[in-house]
Ligand binder design. Structure first.
Ligand code: SAM
Length: 342
């Protein structure tokens, strides 16, 4: 389980490369769309925490189609904005903002790009850098979701949709309560491509209807101050329970199973290179140390690059797992960048 999973490069990892997606996460959004028809009538979409860009690819393909457009048609095309702390290789029809989703300036940039019009949908597959301490990681992930919700309240139209990665940890009921304040329908959805062994799921929040008089404010920590209340102990109508839905075509591949490389007996398996490796991944330096045999070993715990190195020991391990698509039961690896196809 977790870090020692046998099948690190699972079926969706391979399919992502074969179909040209930058990360296997693309299938999660595609399967959520199968269930909820997320993109019907969407003209303006925001992808928060977008790098390396597989969700933006899905938005681009679903909203704009594959064919290049002439100039007149281009003016009428749906608008897509992708935001991430990290740089991302360009994508057709996607405007990129390299920025922090917790900043008001980022919300303003999004609105500027939409020429003052609100977005129809905001999606967020955000994951913070992880510590490996599950309680802390769960808390930070919840905070990132709240940051995504916060920026969403600035840019989403009434009636709009918000989709965000959520960890079904012990305080998830608190998150549901917060989401229910802003959306009339909240569902916890688990696509087939998200491993069962992972606590990852997606909150699909439909029909944005903020409380009357609510003024979006980035410094508003939403219900953070209530973390001490044990929401899980609430009962009856006091407790917010949201439906849980396993979604996507149930005949789709199971991300927890191992499949042979040659899926179609009539076609020989051929290796496909990654579509778009991350431009400057945070684990770049760790890769360099490992390739050049500069990582500490039991025999030589100290290396010339000691200062940087002491911090990088964990990163190096994370990296080896990220590049190999580790099992999602490890919260930290899942939350980091493991879905990236590299
Ligand atoms: C799992 S990756 C997203 C993968 C992406 N959905 C895809 O399909 O390619 C999580 C991303 O969250 C970004 N992130 C984390 N905190 C952020 C923040 N405060 N503002 C913007 N991006 C953030 C990270 O830089 C990372 O690229």
């Amino acid at each position: 389980m977790g870090r020692s999973s046998k099948d690190k490069r699972d079926i969706y990892y391979r399919l992502a490369k074969e179909e040209g997606w930058r990360a296997r996460s693309a299938f999660k959004l595609l399967q959520l769309d199968e269930q909820f028809s997320l993109f019907a009538g969407v003209r303006r979409a925001v992808d928060l925490c977008a790098a390396p860009g597989s969700w933006s690819q899905v938005l681009s393909r679903k909203l704009r189609g594959k064919e290049p457009k002439d100039t007149e048609e281009k003016k009428e095309e749906p608008k897509i904005v992708a935001v991430d702390l990290q740089a991302m290789a360009p994508l057709p029809g996607v405007t990129q903002i390299q920025g922090d989703i917790t900043k008001t300036s980022t919300a303003q940039e999004i609105i500027k790009h939409f020429e003052g019009q609100p977005a129809d949908i905001v999606v967020c597959d955000g994951a913070p850098d992880v510590t490996g301490l599950h309680d802390v990681d769960e808390y930070i992930q919840a905070q990132l979701l709240l940051a995504a919700l916060n920026i969403t309240t600035h840019v989403l139209k009434p009636g709009g949709t918000f989709v965000a990665k959520i960890f079904r940890g012990k305080d998830v009921t608190l998150l549901y309560s917060q989401l229910k304040i802003f959306f009339s329908e909240v569902t916890c959805a688990k696509p087939r491509s998200s491993r069962n062994s992972s606590i990852e799921a997606f909150a699909v929040c439909q029909n944005y209807c903020p409380p009357s008089g609510y003024i979006p404010n980035m410094s508003n920590p939403l219900l953070d101050h209530c973390y001490d209340v044990d929401f899980n102990q609430l009962e009856g109508p006091n407790r917010i329970i949201v439906p849980f839905l396993a979604c996507g075509d149930l005949s789709a591949y199971d991300s927890d199973r191992t499949y042979p490389l040659q899926l179609d007996p009539s076609k020989e398996y051929k290796y496909t290179p990654p579509t778009q490796p991350p431009i400057r991944p945070p684990y770049e330096q760790a890769c360099h140390l490992r390739k050049n045999n500069l990582l500490a070993t039991e025999d030589s715990p100290c290396r010339p690059l000691d200062g940087a190195f002491s911090n990088l020991h964990l990163s190096a391990n994370e990296d080896s797992e990220m590049t190999s698509e580790v099992d999602a039961a490890s919260l930290s690896a899942e939350a980091a960048h493991q879905d990236t196809v590299v």
